[in-house]
Design a protein around this ligand. Structure first.
Ligand SMILES: [Zn+2]
Length: 622
């Protein structure tokens, strides 16, 4: 379904546009930006603020050093240029820059208007603390990605006030955001929010519309896409994938989505970005995605489904269930909570677990993803670091360990889920505990950082407290063997096995679904007997047609079912020296090679009734 605004609203906003010429000063922040006067060469946006009436002789205006969900100091003030303050007669007032993000203005009781220009973050030099794109801004002729924290500020002590944002736009552009405009017409949108926290909780994406929307049991879901590559519509394909995972999440969370409106804003880059990063940032009613457009809408939609599940789960933690540090977020002298294991680890775990429970992914897919996290965590991060310490000091001392919240953090949540299920004899699971806590606390009722773990222990079992002491607060390696055994699974490390390979060749998966031999430099005896050549396109493996969709399954079958000495038959398409493409049959006798499986998870052959009970409850998401 396409999203169109109604005639009724167009009419109202026309009245507004006429009435908006003289802006009177009151107790509101009234911001205006004009996308139609943007000049590509200067690459800046002019911001005008009609200030709320202030009564103090001095006032400090700030833009954020850091914003929620990023766990990194970005100093958005460095993108602000030509900062000026004026009284009603347009006479300049004294402005003193206090630091990168703050300006002192006097006399503040005369202050009427502030003007400045902002640079976008996308085009900033890479080596200077580059802003993760989902938290940044991009101004181009055909797109404006506006994270409001990157250009709106606040006066000290005055974050809880009405914020208005007036955006003039080219007629062809649509502004996608979770904010509901209080009026709009073809050339402008006017938004209003009741605090700095809320207006900066809603990024905006202005471009030619590629949108799709849907009502999901009373919740309105919007997808809006900008692609650097193409004008082909992506939004409907992405929405379709998201719908499957949102239905699963709805069921998982007890039959209702926790929002009435939610916007997925997607910015697709034509190539791998300068900082090599892609990802998304969560908000209460939207999430913003920055991803590389590989030209395959279906593959991209799958990726957005996975990331989208993660971002959507953030509505539960930390956007609903959070500590005081997050509730009263300090944009310039932030205090960190101890519980990133909850905000990011549990979110990441749940985004995968919900897909297992609803069978969007198989148990094998789930285990493989968790094994990959074990490997990443082990290779890239300090395993002995306390997770509560990491969390508390993530902005400085342990900044380089941050990404482990997605790896070990998710594994920690998995172990915790199984521990809770075991010690409560299958009565509780991690999600049940979280929903109990979310009922007790909530978006406007934060918990005290020190109270969280004792509360979880009180809801579950004293032994769960031992888990927290040892593995979350302490830095012990996670107890996979014990936790998985609770659900009747054997966990083993470094299992020696013998299996066939294709001869140590490298394969490349092409966009046209072809699987191509890309490198033969490490080929073994078997590979040489087969006679692989670089550029060979796999047509058949053991009599079965090959493409990028089924190759992984075929290779698994091949590894599991091939005996030593058995004939291995492959057909490839090969270009001969006359430039003709021909099908060539390759054949050799399989040679099993010894290899090591780093992590192995297998169901126990004779689980106890208690183990079966936990396994069933976990597998079904009860
Ligand atoms: Zn996250």
């Amino acid at each position: 379904m396409n999203l169109k605004k109604s005639l009724f609203f167009t009419f109202i906003s026309f009245c507004y546009a006429l009435g908006a010429v003289a802006q009177t000063q009151d107790n509101k922040y009234q911001f205006s930006i004009d996308l139609t006067t943007y000049q590509e060469q200067a690459d800046r946006l002019a911001v005008e603020l009609i200030c709320p009436v202030l009564s103090t002789p001095e006032a400090v205006y700030r833009v954020p050093k850091i914003v929620p969900g990023t766990y990194k100091k970005y100093d958005f003030g460095r993108f602000v240029k030509d900062f000026q303050a004026f009284d009603k007669q347009n006479k300049a007032l004294t402005v003193t820059r206090l630091d990168s993000n703050s300006w002192k203005i006097s006399p503040a009781n005369k202050l009427y208007k502030i003007t400045y220009k902002v640079d976008d973050t996308f085009d900033a030099p890479l080596q200077q603390n580059y802003v993760f794109q989902p938290a940044g801004s991009d101004f181009e002729k055909d797109v404006f990605l506006l994270n409001t924290h990157a250009f709106l500020g606040y006066f000290d002590g005055l974050k809880k006030a009405i914020y208005r944002l007036h955006v003039r736009k080219p007629k062809a552009f649509y502004g996608a955001t979770a904010l509901e405009p209080i009026s709009h017409n073809d050339f402008a949108d006017l938004y209003e929010s009741n605090s700095y926290m809320n207006i900066t909780d809603a990024p905006l994406l202005y471009c030619r519309p590629d949108t799709a929307s849907l009502a999901l049991h009373g919740s309105k879901i919007l997808v809006s896409v900008y692609s650097q590559n193409t004008d082909q519509p992506y939004a409907p394909v992405i929405l379709k994938e998201l719908e499957t995972v949102l239905l699963s999440i709805e069921k998982f969370l007890g039959g209702e989505l926790p929002v009435r409106k939610y916007a997925f804003l997607v910015y697709l880059s034509a190539s791998l970005p300068v900082n090599g990063m892609q990802g998304a940032l969560e908000h209460s009613q939207s999430s913003l995605y920055y991803l590389v457009d590989g030209g395959n809408p279906k593959a991209l939609a799958r990726e957005i489904r996975d990331v989208g599940a993660h971002e959507f789960f953030h509505i539960v933690t930390p956007l609903t269930l959070h500590s005081e540090e997050i509730a009263d977020f300090d944009y310039n002298t932030p205090k960190m909570s101890k519980h990133l294991w909850l905000y990011e680890g549990v979110t990441e775990y749940n985004s995968l677990y919900v897909q297992l429970v609803s069978r969007l992914i198989s148990q094998k897919d789930f285990f493989n993803t968790m094994k990959l996290k074990m490997s990443m965590s082990e290779q890239l991060f300090e395993d002995s670091l306390s997770f509560t310490q990491l969390s508390k000091n993530v902005l400085d001392e342990y900044a380089d360990q941050y990404s482990n919240v997605y790896e070990k953090g998710a594994l920690m949540a998995w172990c915790l889920d199984l521990q809770i299920r075991h010690y409560t004899q299958g009565q509780m699971g991690l999600q049940r505990v979280i929903s109990e806590l979310a009922k007790k606390y909530g978006a406007s009722k934060p918990f005290r950082d020190d109270d969280l773990i004792p509360e979880i222990v009180a809801l579950t079992h004293p032994s769960v407290g031992d888990f927290f002491r040892k593995y979350v607060e302490g830095g012990s390696p996670l107890p996979f063997t014990e936790s998985l055994a609770f659900a009747g699974y054997d966990f083993q490390k470094d299992v020696k096995k013998k299996e066939p390979s294709l001869g140590k060749i490298s394969l490349e998966y092409k966009g046209n679904r072809e699987v191509v031999v890309s490198y033969i430099g490490n080929m073994n005896d078997f590979g040489r007997s087969m006679g692989w050549q670089v550029g060979d396109v796999l047509v058949e493996l053991q009599g079965k047609p090959v493409n990028t969709d089924n190759i992984e399954t075929l290779l698994t079958e091949y590894r599991n079912n091939t005996k030593d000495g058995q004939a291995v038959k492959v057909k490839v398409a090969r270009v001969d020296n006359k430039g003709q493409k021909k099908t060539v049959a390759l054949k050799a006798k399989a040679q099993l090679q010894e290899s090591t499986e780093r992590y192995r998870i297998t169901p126990m052959l004779k689980p106890t009734p208690a183990q079966l009970k936990v396994r069933e409850a976990w597998f079904k998401g009860l």
